[in-house]
Design a protein around this ligand. Sequence first.
Ligand code: DLL
Length: 433
Amino acid sequence: MIWNKARECEDLEKRQHRQLADLRELCFRVYDRVPFYKRKFDEAGIKPDDIKTLEDISKIPFTTKDDMRVTYPYGLLAVDESDIREIHTSSGTTGTPVVDAYTHSDMEMWGEVMARCLCMAGGGKEDVIQNAYGYGMFTGGLGVHYGAQTIGANVIPAASGNTKRQLMLMRDFKSTILTCTPSYALFMAEVAKEMGIDFKELPLKAGVFGAEPWSDTMRQEIEDKLNLQAFDIYGLTEIIGPGVSNECSEHHGLHVNEDFFYPEIINPETGEVLPPGEKGELVFTTLSKQGTPILRYRTRDITWLWRDQCSCGRNLIKMHRLLGRNDDMLILRGVNVFPSQIENVLLRIEETQPHYLIIVDRGDSHLDEVELQVEVEESFFSDETKALEKIRKKIHDELKQELGISVKIKLVEPKSIERSMGKAKRVIDKRKL
Ligand code: DLL
């Protein structure tokens, strides 16, 4: 089933016509209401009325994660605060987060795009959707929830964690669709095995997995172990949360909800817009968002776009599953982590040196395991285990506070981590993503 045939299969010319009208309206609106954008337009020497074609979008300056951070909390708001119905922030960290503020119409739009995604995965009114994405400031839980309610399904707001209860709910309430991160899906398979639950005996038919990188090999493993069809879902807080794009049953690229989120691929070095089929950095403009509209947001995600007449009937442009990022952001257990955050914590702790190595792996549990090797300051390095244990615990606790996740700390001798003459290699990622 297609949730909104009129929009998802719309004649291309008509769609582009509306995209342009929305883009122009957006430019006038933010120029008028958001001093940040007015300044950006003025600095670039352009006026909203200079945007006369869709290609003219390339005249508009990019927006970056840093722009969003320095305008925290409400610097990008384009409506009165009293018109905001809900806010979400980027996951995990206690540093300055990125804020997404939604008006009533933004909430409706979120419900609509998520409804489309769940439909692409075969979801409908008769389904029981077990939603094991985190609820809270993270957009995953509530985003999927609104989509599930829009399609009229029964949603089980299980949230992430408490895996045994999760599996019990799945069995007893006969969940047909599972939504969570792909690594959590595999972890569930392990626990199910220990509990003696056989997925072949459950009515689960589909899984909508995203929020972190995964591969076709991992898809195969999930499909085999959980006995379902796995669909890739993509999204990001800055744009809306989940619901930006999703795979249909063809499993050949993710359809982008381009009537709401206008995608471009750029050369990350030059900023030049690249033609369909060329690999580069994904950039989005939210065409109709009211609360915190974003113009030309540089996602740092690497992929390419193409358009074909998909066998599912939709002609929404497609993006290839993500190929990686062009910054050093890691996604650990669904939490976005920058190595610089770890470095800042180490710099605050006098017993350590900021010489460190982050080793990420997926253990038997299929969940991300992170080990931080860190050098101890020469004058503090002693053989006394008790003293070292105290330092280890201090780093562990401060990192947990900063990142929101637990990291295994391994203290190493001064000068034992390899020094680099160029860009230091701080991360060894052994996950096969
Ligand atoms: O992860 C929103 C989301 C929730 C998407 C639930 C899908 C499902 P953020 O925490 O802001 O938002 O992280 C966004 O996560 O820029 C990508 O680098 C990465 N990411 C999201 N989906 C995928 C995916 C949510 N399907 C960042 N494959 C993005 C690979 C993904 N990476």
